[in-house]
Design a protein around this ligand. Structure first.
Ligand SMILES: NC(=O)c1ccc[n+]([C@@H]2O[C@H](COP(=O)([O-])OP(=O)(O)OC[C@H]3O[C@@H](n4cnc5c(N)ncnc54)[C@H](O)[C@@H]3O)[C@@H](O)[C@H]2O)c1
Length: 198
């Protein structure tokens, strides 16, 4: 195990070096760390508490988007040397837009653009780069959403429930498997049908 921040280049380098020295290779990278730090973009009323500050913007872009870039760039070195790699990034349905989450939505839309670009740049090098975009998932991230808001969200989900983490992890795993050998540059929305009606 390596302890560090995925948003810090030296920590990510340590993570890559440890993987390579432990397993002699690095074939699979799943970028999954993420944070939210919500707030409306502008104060509509004076004194409104949740305002999207520069600090909130920077924190979310660093941990969500910069980390994905750093991990991809540094993990690609041993993958390119081996002529093989499978990378799966984690976006969100919020990439399509979500009130109060301009920073999070921008970071997740950025991850999709990054995924598409790396897929094009690295296909000839044997590296596939894909992305999953979950809707609501039962994790710590959604535990703090007030019950009333969850009730409303569930009404908008065709399946009528949030996903379990295993249902997202199964798609990450599929995209790294040999069954997915001809898939690259794709973003798979795992959202119980929400994006179909969006
Ligand atoms: N839960 C949802 O409804 C939902 C929906 C769409 C997308 N996602 C995405 O799924 C991914 C996983 O989120 P989750 O729901 O499990 O959230 P979570 O809060 O339960 O877990 C996030 C994890 O990221 C780690 N992390 C945060 N900052 C880090 C850093 N700088 N370095 C290393 N690790 C760091 C945390 O320690 C934590 O283990 C995230 O990218 C999130 O944006 C979640």
């Amino acid at each position: 195990m390596v302890v560090g921040s995925v948003a810090a280049r030296e920590d990510v380098q340590r993570m890559v070096d440890t993987a390579v020295s432990t397993y002699d290779k690095l074939s699979i990278l799943i970028n999954n760390a993420g944070i939210t730090c919500d707030g409306l973009t502008t104060r509509i009323k004076e004194g409104q508490p949740h305002y999207l500050s520069d600090d909130k913007w920077d924190a979310v872009l660093e941990v969500n988007l910069k980390s994905t870039w750093l991990c991809c760039q540094l993990a690609a070195v041993p993958m390119i040397a081996a002529g093989y790699g499978r990378i799966v990034n984690t976006a969100s349905i919020a990439a399509l837009g979500n009130i109060g989450q301009a920073n999070y939505a921008a970071s997740k839309a950025g991850i999709i653009g990054l995924t598409n670009t790396l897929a094009l740049e690295w296909a000839r090098l044997g590296i596939a780069v894909n992305c999953v975009a979950p809707g609501g998932v039962n994790t710590n991230m959604t535990k703090t959403i007030p019950e009333k808001i969850v009730e409303n969200l569930l009404k908008g989900i065709p399946f009528g429930r949030f996903a379990e983490p295993e249902e997202i992890a199964a798609v990450h795993a599929f995209l790294t498997s040999k069954e997915a050998s001809y898939i690259t540059g794709q973003t798979l929305f795992i959202d119980g049908g929400v994006s179909v009606g969006a």
